[in-house]
Design a protein. Structure first.
Length: 257
C-alpha cells in the first residue's frame, strides 16, 4: 500500500497526478515509481488511461477515497468516448480495466504532446503553488482555452524525447509566463469556443450513446437535415457544417473531410 499519493486537482489529468507522485516521492528511478504504483516497472505512460489502473486504486492510502470510476471519469479523457460507446463497448472497457488488461485507447481524442493555457497555469500556480496539466487542454485538434480565449501552448519538454515509461511534471519555471498569449478574436472564433464548451460538458457529464444520438437527430430534424423517415441528408449536412464552422476553423481544429 502507498503511504503517500497526491490529491488530484479538479480536471487534472491522471498523467499529471502520476508525474507529481514521481516528483514528490523522490524515487531514484522511474522503474521504482512504476513498481510503487503498479507493481510493474514496464507499464507505459499514457495520456488516456494507464494499464493496471486497478492495481493503483487498490494500493492507494486508506484515507484516499478514489475509486476506479472516480479516477477514470474525473481525470482521464474517457468521458469523451463514453458518450459514443454502445453498452457492449462500455461493458468491455470496464471489464478490461478491472481485469488489468490494456484498456481501449482512443487516439482520435488524445493529443500526442502536452498542452497548457498560460492563464490557467498562472492561476493554478498562484492558488496551489504548482501548475498541472488539465485534461480539457489535451484534446487532439483543439488548441484553444475556452475559459480565457487564448491559444494553448506546447509544453517545452516533448513526450517524444523521453522514455515511453516516464512522466513529465508541469514545472511552472520552464514556461513562458505571458498570460496575454494570442488572445482570440471572440467573434471570429466563437464557433470553436462553443465546441470547447461542448467538450467540457461531455467531460463532466455522463451521456449515453442513445441520448446523444437522439439529441443529434432532433437538432438535425429542426434545421431540415433529415428525411421524412429520419435518415440524415449527408451531402446537405456536410455543406451546412462547413458553412457554419468555416474552412479556417475546421482547419485549425485539425479535421479534414
Amino acid at each position: 500500500m502507498l503511504h503517500y499519493f497526491p490529491d488530484p486537482y479538479k480536471n487534472e489529468t491522471l498523467y499529471s497526478v502520476l508525474a507529481r507522485f514521481q516528483y514528490y516521492s523522490a524515487n531514484p528511478s522511474m522503474e521504482q515509481t512504476l513498481r510503487d504504483l503498479f507493481d510493474d516497472p514496464t507499464v507505459s505512460s499514457s495520456l488516456f488511461i494507464p494499464t493496471k489502473l486497478n492495481t493503483l486504486v487498490q494500493k492507494l492510502p486508506p484515507n484516499k477515497e478514489y475509486s476506479l470510476e472516480n479516477l477514470v471519469y474525473n481525470h482521464t479523457l474517457y468521458p469523451l468516448s463514453h458518450s459514443f460507446f454502445d453498452e457492449a463497448s462500455k461493458e468491455k472497457f470496464w471489464l478490461d480495466l478491472s481485469s488489468q488488461k490494456r484498456p481501449y485507447s482512443n487516439t482520435s481524442v488524445q493529443g500526442q504532446e502536452l498542452m497548457y493555457c498560460p492563464v490557467c497555469a498562472k492561476m493554478d500556480y498562484e492558488n496551489h503553488g504548482e501548475a498541472f496539466f488539465r485534461r480539457e487542454h489535451q484534446i487532439k485538434g483543439f488548441t484553444f482555452c475556452c475559459d480565457h480565449y487564448c491559444e494553448l501552448l506546447h509544453y517545452p519538454i516533448s513526450r517524444n524525447v523521453i522514455s515511453g515509461r516516464s512522466y513529465i511534471r508541469f514545472d511552472y519555471d520552464l514556461i513562458h509566463q505571458d498570460s496575454n498569449n494570442s488572445i482570440l478574436d471572440f467573434q471570429f472564433e466563437k464557433n470553436l469556443l462553443n465546441i470547447g464548451h461542448s467538450i467540457k460538458y461531455l467531460l463532466n457529464n455522463q451521456i449515453s450513446q442513445n441520448d446523444w444520438n437522439n439529441k443529434i437527430q432532433y437538432h438535425l430534424w429542426l434545421i431540415g437535415l433529415t428525411t421524412i423517415n429520419g435518415s440524415i441528408k449527408q451531402f446537405e449536412l456536410s455543406v451546412a457544417f462547413k458553412e457554419f464552422y468555416t474552412e479556417k476553423n475546421i482547419r485549425l481544429s485539425g479535421f479534414e473531410f
